[in-house]
Design a protein around this ligand. Structure first.
Ligand code: TRP
Length: 268
């Protein structure tokens, strides 16, 4: 049977965009990629976010969870992979090109560590966003090279592309760097306020809104509950529902969906 690996770096507060990405993978193993996070953040921060992320994954019922830094096999495979990789190839990678021009060696070799993650997991498939396709191509090449060099038979991983583009509260991609996320485990008042502040237009509830699919609150609702979103679309279009009411639906759906996980997490 297919087994899918999905990885997440503990680089910030766990938010709805992370949830949507993780939730797209079926029969998955959940990797906490804390060594990857060290390329970008101080150790203390990584430690803090790792604890939160593990707590979040447990509260949401995701298992099994693999913590990268607690998996010596990953470090071992990484070391054996390095001689098979040329520096030039790594310089053409997205991880390197997207950096500020003075990347540390961890960032340069990031796709190699990611390959080791995949090999150690025993997974056949890897759930990745579009920005990771290139890294996965490299991983496939490297696993083949590894097999022929070390006479092993690791599975060549297949990509399972998941959409990584949930819209954020300001209409841009939901991302902690934009400050437009809905953090899953923030206090209730914070979530309510963030939903309230989602950008809207000034049309009256009774106006027809043929473009309602483009509304930010609608898109977020659709990502977390397609069925509830489906119930709102006709009333919105026909002018029987306003965007204020839609936000109430979104707020209620959010707490319905995550109330239990939030209780386990211990949020207020
Ligand atoms: N590189 C992924 C990202 O930035 C995270 C990641 C690390 C990962 N190791 C992985 C994803 C292994 C899938 C499999 O989003």
């Amino acid at each position: 049977m297919n087994k899918t690996l999905t990885g997440i770096k503990p680089t910030g507060e766990f938010h709805l965009g992370n949830y949507v990405t993780l939730n797209a993978a079926q029969n998955a193993t959940y990797l906490v990629a804390d060594l990857h996070a060290l390329n970008a953040l101080p150790f203390e921060k990584v430690t803090e976010y790792r604890t939160d992320l593990i707590k979040a994954l447990n509260a949401l019922g995701y298992s099994p969870i693999v913590v990268q830094s607690e998996t010596p096999k990953i470090m071992e495979l990484y070391t054996y992979l390095l001689p098979l990789v040329s520096e030039g190839v790594l310089h053409r990678m997205h991880a390197y090109k997207a950096s500020d021009g003075t990347p540390n060696m961890g960032l340069v070799t990031y796709p190699v560590l990611m390959t080791a993650d995949i090999m150690a997991s025993g997974c056949t498939h890897v759930a990745v966003g579009e920005d990771q396709i290139q890294h996965l191509e490299l991983a496939r090449d490297l696993v083949a090279k590894y097999n022929s060099h070390y006479k092993t038979s690791f599975a060549i991983p297949e990509a399972q592309i998941v959409s990584s583009t949930l819209v954020g509260t300001d209409g841009r991609k939901m991302s902690k760097s934009y400050g437009n996320t809905l953090p899953l485990f923030a206090p209730e008042a914070v979530i309510r306020k963030k939903i309230k502040l989602i950008k809207m237009d000034s049309r009256a509830p009774s106006e027809e809104k043929p473009d309602a699919e483009e509304n930010i609150a609608y898109q977020i609702l659709k990502a977390i509950s397609p069925s509830v979103a489906a119930d709102t679309i006709t009333p919105l279009k026909e002018g029987r529902m306003g965007y204020g009411e839609l936000k109430t639906v979104l707020t209620n759906t959010f707490f319905d969906l995550f109330g239990n996980a939030r209780k386990i997490y211990g949020t207020t």
